[in-house]
Write a new protein. Structure first.
Length: 375
């Protein structure tokens, strides 16, 4: 009886435990005005960063492609074939087809901005399309229990939040938005862009030379006026430089012609650029040679690097899996199919197949020798 009473009391008080005791307290009656969190706060910065530093754009696209490859599995082959066939041709945003396109865009948005928003578009026949939403069109707000998230569009609460697909990457405590993969890179990238801009300016000046013509006439020269001398030399030099034919420049007195900036030493950019790129590549988690950087003549991916990268990709897949399951379970529920959608991911293969085969061979040989010794 005591156990039953305890269970009964727990069920009666379960609603009181839904509120978080450590949530931010309300300090004034207009607290709701400040509780909305726009998702696009830093989106413009990260979008510009991908445009300005191509290696970041290549890294995110590479990660997205490496994470692709999955199918639904319900335990029933007939249902699996029907379900996978349906989602292979589903409408995605009106300009793409297939759930793979939706998931790729979703992950791309997640890595770039730290938050990804999508939507299941319904019609009378079931799921009509999958839609990748603009972050600027959605506002997030904590629910009254302090845990759940309410979605708003232009200040109006969305009526069917069960159709909203929402994921965050490495969120900070109490934050509704995630942390972009590019977080921490604007400062480093700004220095890199300054170096590249300087290199461009130097080459621009090398192709468009500016000259310094210094004329020191003799005391007995016919040019007694300095202004007159300078104007005469300038006109003669301009005529010689603007002519389509080769002309000689003749002047009286001590005349020297120098290229402006020719005496300045060009700074070596190889070391600082590499140091900055190392910071950027470390943030992406990809080995340098996958991004076209050859810092070593014998550089290749080791087994340890492959394992680390595989774990990184699997962590992204774990974020995507609940979203994909939500889509699959929605399809099964609409069609009254008593199954649960599971995800079967394609195996991530980063090592060379020959190396993997040799490793398996050595493992089998070692196992055979061990059995022979034991017997």
């Amino acid at each position: 009886m005591k156990i039953l009473d305890l269970r009964k009391k727990k069920s009666q008080n379960s609603n009181a435990a839904c509120a978080v005791q450590t949530s931010i307290a309300t300090n004034h009656p207009y607290y709701n005005l400040t509780s909305y969190m726009p998702i696009n706060g830093e989106s413009r910065v990260y979008a510009e960063l991908r445009n300005a530093v191509p290696i970041l754009d290549a890294a995110i696209n590479k990660i997205v492609r490496l994470c692709e490859g999955f199918r639904f599995d319900t335990g029933n082959e007939k249902i699996n074939d029907m379900m996978n066939s349906y989602f292979e041709s589903i409408n995605v945003g009106g300009n793409q087809r297939g759930i793979t396109s939706f998931v790729s865009n979703y992950l791309n948005q997640l890595l770039t901005f730290g938050t990804a928003i999508g939507e299941i578009v319904m019609c009378s026949d079931g799921i009509y399309a999958l839609y990748n939403s603009e972050l600027s069109s959605i506002e997030l707000k904590r629910a009254k229990n302090g845990i759940d998230v309410d979605f708003y569009n232009n200040g109006s609460k969305i009526n069917q939040p069960n159709l909203i697909l929402y994921s965050v990457l490495n969120p900070k405590p109490s934050d509704l938005c995630g942390t972009s993969l590019l977080s921490g890179l604007p400062f480093v990238s700004n220095i890199l862009l300054e170096i590249y801009n300087t290199i461009g300016e130097n080459w621009k000046h090398a192709g468009n030379l500016r000259y310094s013509v210094i004329c020191k006439p003799d005391k007995d020269s016919a040019y007694s006026n300095a202004n007159e001398t300078a104007q005469t030399v300038a006109n003669a030099w301009k005529d010689a430089m603007n002519s389509n034919t080769v002309k000689d420049f003749v002047a009286v007195g001590d005349v020297s012609v120098k290229v402006i900036g020719a005496d300045n030493a060009v700074l070596d950019s190889e070391i600082p650029v590499r140091q900055l790129l190392e910071q950027i590549v470390a943030k992406t988690g990809l080995p340098p040679f996958m991004l076209g950087l050859s810092w070593s003549s014998t550089e290749r991916m080791s087994t340890q690097q492959a394992d680390i990268l595989t774990s990184e990709l699997e962590s992204y897949r774990r974020i995507l899996e609940p979203v994909i399951k939500q889509i699959g379970n929605m399809y099964l529920a609409i069609n009254a199919l008593p199954y649960e959608a599971n995800i079967e991911w394609k195996k991530i293969t980063l090592q060379d197949e020959c190396d993997e085969a040799k490793a398996q061979l050595y493992t089998q040989q070692a196992e055979k020798i061990r059995r022979e010794i034991e017997n």
